[in-house]
Design a protein around this ligand. Structure first.
Ligand code: FMN
Length: 184
């Protein structure tokens, strides 16, 4: 088994705490570690006037049931961040294995990522993927920027859920599917 123990630098610009890792090695250790963190693949979408925006995101999780809230981390350099900040709405569309192409499309600099897939308009105005495993239509309750990313907290206004669980995951730098284990 290949086990690595890494001391990480503190803060963005700080020198490494120990002499074990250079900043470059620490970044590599971070990336390697994150490769083991499997994530459900979603499309976080919004609308500003007539224009739709969206990105592929795995940094999404359930936040609270009461109030019903969901959280997404969005890079502030991207186009979608600025649109979400202005529109104050977002939809989180959870993808199935059949949506791998869409996930790639929304992770690229594609001019019109919405050119594939069937899209409808949610009550908030955000684009909803018609055959998402589940789509959460949210108003932005709170958002704050912490260095490179914004933490966007969505208050869920509507949920469109299909009776399908063929989730698309991302792990170890690739798209994977879920294989249920036998009952224990
Ligand atoms: C599997 C995968 C997961 C990603 N997760 C996130 C994420 O959680 N947050 C984020 O800001 N970018 C994430 N990205 C990168 C964005 O999808 C990508 O930078 C996108 O082009 C940004 O679009 P935008 O310019 O409209 O914001 C991910 C990319 C991939 C392939």
């Amino acid at each position: 088994m290949n086990t690595q123990v890494a001391w990480m630098p503190r803060g963005e610009d700080a020198a490494p705490v120990s002499s074990y890792l250079s900043a470059e090695q620490a970044l590599q250790a971070f990336r390697n570690g994150m490769r083991a963190l499997a994530g459900a693949v979603t499309l976080v979408t919004t609308r500003l006037g007539d224009e739709r925006f969206g990105l592929t995101a795995t940094a999404v999780c359930s936040m609270s049931a009461n109030p019903p809230r969901i959280l997404a981390c969005v890079n502030v350099q991207g186009r979608s961040y600025r649109a979400i900040a202005e529109s104050r709405c977002m939809a989180i569309n959870v993808l199935g294995t059949r949506h791998q192409g869409l996930a790639q499309r929304f992770a690229s600099a594609e001019a019109d990522p919405f050119g594939a897939g069937e899209w409808t308009r949610a009550a908030t105005g955000a684009p909803l993927l018609a055959d998402a495993l589940v789509a959460f239509d949210c108003e932005v309750a709170e958002m704050f920027v912490t260095r490179t990313h914004a933490v966007v907290i969505g208050e869920i206004r509507h949920i469109a859920c299909r009776d399908e669980r063929d989730a698309l995951l991302y792990m170890d730098g690739r798209f994977v599917s879920v294989a249920p284990l036998p009952a224990h």
